[in-house]
Design a protein around this ligand. Sequence first.
Ligand SMILES: NC(=O)c1ccc[n+]([C@@H]2O[C@H](COP(=O)([O-])OP(=O)(O)OC[C@H]3O[C@@H](n4cnc5c(N)ncnc54)[C@H](O)[C@@H]3O)[C@@H](O)[C@H]2O)c1
Ligand SMILES: O=c1ccn([C@@H]2O[C@H](COP(=O)(O)OP(=O)(O)O[C@H]3O[C@H](CO)[C@@H](O)[C@H](O)[C@H]3O)[C@@H](O)[C@H]2O)c(=O)[nH]1
Length: 430
Amino acid sequence: MNVNVVGSGYVGTTLAACLADLGHEVTAIDIDQSVVDAINAGHAPLHEPGLDKLLAEHVGERLHATTSYDDLSEADVTFLAIGTPSEADGSIDVGPLSAAAEMVGEALAGADRNGEHLVVVKSTITPPGLAEIRDALVAGLGDGGGDVGFATNPEFLREGTAVSDFQDPDKIVFGTESDTALATLEELYAPLIETSDSLVVRTDPATAMMIKYANNAFLATKISLANDLGNICKEFGLDAYEVMEAVGLDDRIGEQFLRSGVGWGGSCFPKDVAALIAAAREAGYEPPLLNAAVEVNDRQPERLLALLDAHVDVAGERVAVLGLAFKPGTDDVRNSRAIPLIEGLQARGAEVVGYDPVATETMRERFPDIEYADSAADALAGASGAVVATDWDEFAALDEEFDAMAEAVVVDGRRIIKRRAGITYEGLTW
Ligand SMILES: NC(=O)c1ccc[n+]([C@@H]2O[C@H](COP(=O)([O-])OP(=O)(O)OC[C@H]3O[C@@H](n4cnc5c(N)ncnc54)[C@H](O)[C@@H]3O)[C@@H](O)[C@H]2O)c1
Ligand SMILES: O=c1ccn([C@@H]2O[C@H](COP(=O)(O)OP(=O)(O)O[C@H]3O[C@H](CO)[C@@H](O)[C@H](O)[C@H]3O)[C@@H](O)[C@H]2O)c(=O)[nH]1
């Protein structure tokens, strides 16, 4: 099939590359010329393992990128993969997605088309917010929208494993309101459905989006519960990892997303949980459990710093922050737990030095004035304390690097550092 993907961020670029890999002709559209240039040069505009390889394989063949909406109507399907960032009250800013929907409508209006053109919302948007996107599309179409369909197809990929998550998902959710739209999405995904064990969920557009929010709310709350229990374990002098490993053996609970520590960050969990709370509140319901999940998460960085305070007064001292990305495998620092840690250290008068294997430049945009080291060893040299915000594998191998610290106090927010003689080691929940 012939497909447009509007928006070439983490989701859009992965979607475009993976659809090309499934055999479709794909046009990636983004308003950012540098993003388009990177894709056309066969490079991912962001750090995502496996994406460069797919782009190099398909760019110039079945995949190309452009800033122009002019030829959009030649495709059968247009995905919207635009960001839906948070507003101050937690609700999402639908402006960019709305604008893109209207631009798609305008590009489709009156154009010669081969049967129904399906516009699919891939972005995460609350069920009540969906109407605004449809309205924007209809406004763009004007009188020319007779055979344009509207659907949702929420995305469940994780950053750092986006390509493999897309290629082998647990489930694929189609939110459609006509047989034609459902048939189009099933044809598009057919190669993937045939080759993977993915379960297909067929529902309406709003329910599909609620599934996405419920999924993320459940996972974020699961981690917060692990953190709440982990904090209790720490007070009792027990190891939360030993406890939760055993708890996870229960099939009804499952072993994943029970790793306690400095909490959940990233572009999705904080934003999506906040958006669901805001939309529920707007609809007249205040969700106590989701509010508590956020509260537990917000407190973890300060609990970590309190453990550091118990061993060293960091005012005027050099303190290393190991890991800046919100999780390993990505250069994304959106809502990274490293951010409140850096802010907390700065508030204590510490001289912060950050290190991350790939996220230094993205964090530099957020904190231009702290020092950035080229290696964990350089960050630790002369430091009077170290805090661990990201569980990059390379941190597990750190050993004699701690000997170069002025005071070897290490507070681990991710249980990645090996305890050894000569360092004062504190785990957040163990
Ligand atoms: N990042 C994830 O892991 C993930 C996973 C699942 C779902 N989502 C959801 O998917 C959506 C996209 O997330 P993302 O992280 O890929 O966003 P992103 O911010 O990385 O990328 C968005 C892209 O859209 C482009 N853009 C903005 N307006 C445009 C327009 N009018 N026309 C064309 N391009 C335009 C931007 O230049 C940018 O490159 C969000 O709703 C997010 O919640 C994200
Ligand atoms: O046991 C765990 C698991 C994760 N985390 C943290 O939780 C955050 C999110 O991790 P993860 O879910 O792996 O990454 P994301 O890329 O944010 O993916 C989530 O958000 C995406 C965007 O909506 C969804 O598509 C995915 O299904 C969902 O897992 C990170 O800060 C992790 O460090 C923990 O603290 N403990």
